[in-house]
Design a protein around this ligand. Structure first.
Ligand code: F6P
Length: 324
């Protein structure tokens, strides 16, 4: 154990939960404790910081959680925190508790909070955890792989009933305004069409694709639609009306956010949490810890928030070309 100035850190999870959040919490706690720090876990993200709802996390408090979905610290979106008064209250609370830094686990909203708190004098580290994989500064977000595998499992189940009936299934998946889940899961389940917000599409094109593959002997169809596009019931009706193929829409919903994290999510979560605490130990805050070509690096939060990311168009074009 090393002698250091950073004695106590806080950890919280905020925004939508994602499988692998617990693995980050565990990594943060174990890394900090091994460096002789004390760790405070705030409940329900910034809500717990505002209302002083917290518990001290010891070595055993994070036992048996690496394999669990959800977050042992609970999560929320906190309107009160998103005001200058709210940030001041949270910073004052940190000072009261002797907190030298915070690890904030979540998405862009969580990082905006972490940036505000850093500017108010509490060094914060953001760790990208969201099933959407929509954090521009990071190649990958914890929870994405688990969500993809869940979508894949559900779509495989839908495929058996779809093919028995010579039907078409329109499957709507999460992702807010990002089509990463729709694209990769669509490829993984062999979707006939993948409809995402990032690429202009028309229902006529979708219908034409279904018709052309029907002519080539295909009897059942999977159409993957991203949440940002939505309207999956309408899309299903239009397909049925135009083709005569019985079509059902399934909105997968929050099941995509649950379940045990995959190996990939557990390992990335552990690496990011470890890196984050190492930054705080050096007194470095206002950073987001990310992966870039499988390397763990960090960016200034403001810089990270200004970055742009879109879906992989090569993947999209490949999927379109081979789904005949
Ligand atoms: O960001 C994760 C996510 O599941 C998005 O895919 C979705 O748009 C949103 O959260 C749903 O949020 P809520 O759980 O508040 O309905």
């Amino acid at each position: 154990m090393s002698e250091n100035k950073v004695k106590t850190i806080g950890v919280l999870s905020s925004g939508g939960d994602a499988p692998g959040m617990n693995a980050v919490i565990r990594s943060v706690v174990r890394t900090a404790l091994s460096k002789g720090m004390k760790v405070i876990g705030f409940k329900q993200g910034y809500v717990g910081l505002m209302n002083l709802e917290y518990e001290e996390l010891d070595l055993r408090s994070v036992s048996d959680i690496i394999q669990l979905g959800g977050t042992m610290l609970f999560t929320a979106r906190c309107k009160e925190f998103n005001t200058p008064e709210g940030v001041k209250k949270a910073a004052d609370n940190c000072k009261k508790l002797g907190i030298d830094g915070i690890v904030a686990i979540g998405g862009d909203g969580t990082f905006r909070g972490a940036r505000d708190l850093s500017l108010a004098g509490i060094p914060c580290i953001g760790i990208p955890c969201t099933i959407d994989n929509d954090i521009s500064s990071s190649d990958y977000t914890v929870g994405y792989d688990t969500a993809l595998n869940t979508v894949c499992e559900m779509a495989d189940k839908l495929r058996s009933t779809t093919q028995s009936h010579y039907r078409c299934s329109v499957i709507e998946v999460m992702g807010r305004h990002a089509g990463h889940i729709a694209l990769e899961a669509g490829i993984a389940v062999g979707a006939t069409c993948i409809i995402v917000e990032e690429v202009p599409h028309s229902i006529e094109d979708v219908i034409a694709k279904i018709e052309s593959s029907r002519k080539l002997g295909k009897h059942h169809f999977i159409i993957m639609v991203s949440e940002g596009v939505g309207h999956s019931n309408e899309i299903a009706k239009k397909i049925e009306d135009a083709t005569g193929i019985e079509t059902r829409a399934t909105i997968l919903g929050h099941v995509q956010r649950g379940g045990a994290p995959t190996v990939r999510d557990r390992v990335v979560a552990t690496r990011l949490g470890y890196h984050g605490v190492n930054l705080l130990e050096k007194g470095i805050g206002n950073r987001v810890v990310v992966t870039n070509k499988d390397e763990v690096i960090d960016y200034d939060i403001l810089e990270a928030l200004s970055m742009k990311k879109t879906i992989d168009m090569d993947l999209y074009e490949m999927a379109h070309e081979i789904s005949i």
